[in-house]
Design a protein around this ligand. Sequence first.
Ligand code: SF4
Ligand code: SF4
Length: 108
Amino acid sequence: MTSLPTRGVIALIPDACTSCMVCVQECPTWCITIDSHVEQVSEEGARRPRSVSVLDRFTIDFGLCMYCGICVDACPFDALEWRPQHDYPADTRAGLVQGTDQLAAWLR
Ligand code: SF4
Ligand code: SF4
């Protein structure tokens, strides 16, 4: 029998995120925000540069999140994963909005 991951907090693997926006579109509470920009990358042997989306900012508002897991399941690049930590209180409403570094730190 396989056990389901503990739904404590959602961690982000920034290097795996392609800014594809699938999680943003699938999230039922619109609590994920992504900013990104496009860069041209030249590769040896390629006839022309390739456009690559670069992640600038990724936030999850845990004040709105209902821990449904749709974003984790929908991500085509496995850039989101559940971590078991439950203890992340905030003194203010804004403190429940976690950014790229904070979300990546849950992986450690
Ligand atoms: S767990 Fe659900 S509500 Fe929370 S960020 Fe993911 S999709 Fe949105
Ligand atoms: S679905 Fe995955 S790869 Fe796409 S923006 Fe969200 S976290 Fe990044």
